[in-house]
Design a protein around this ligand. Sequence first.
Ligand SMILES: [Zn+2]
Length: 155
Amino acid sequence: MTLRLVPLPAPLPDLDALPPGAVRRVVADASYAFPCRRCLRDAEPGEALVLLPYDPFLGTSPYRQPGPVYVHEQVCAPRPDDLALGAGRPAPDQLARRRLSVRAFDADHLMVAAELTDGTAVEDVAQALLADPGTAYVHVHNAGPGCFAVRVDRG
Ligand SMILES: [Zn+2]
């Protein structure tokens, strides 16, 4: 089964409407430490980003909670080729190099399964979770800091 990566499935919040201190502007000072969740690329040192609270759910759920994500300060976009997973396509480097928490949700936005995995195996884990017809979609988070990485849908 081909899988589709969905960066930032819900809209970003209005940054001006968030309380003081909730949005931080930062400049990357190391490689592989500032993962932009909009283009699915880690920022290079010197690139400007915004750190903000983000809720990826598209429906009401007890699992909803905002968590920290980075996005490039300038508008960016993923390469279309980076959004297909499976059929021989490896996971984007941003996922492959991290320990991940992969969480399956049903159509009512309730969690039905969750697994920890090395990022190099994220496709296999997502494939297994989405092979269950009870799984509607999968959320991927960085396992340690908990930040949302990407949603995975079928095909
Ligand atoms: Zn970006």
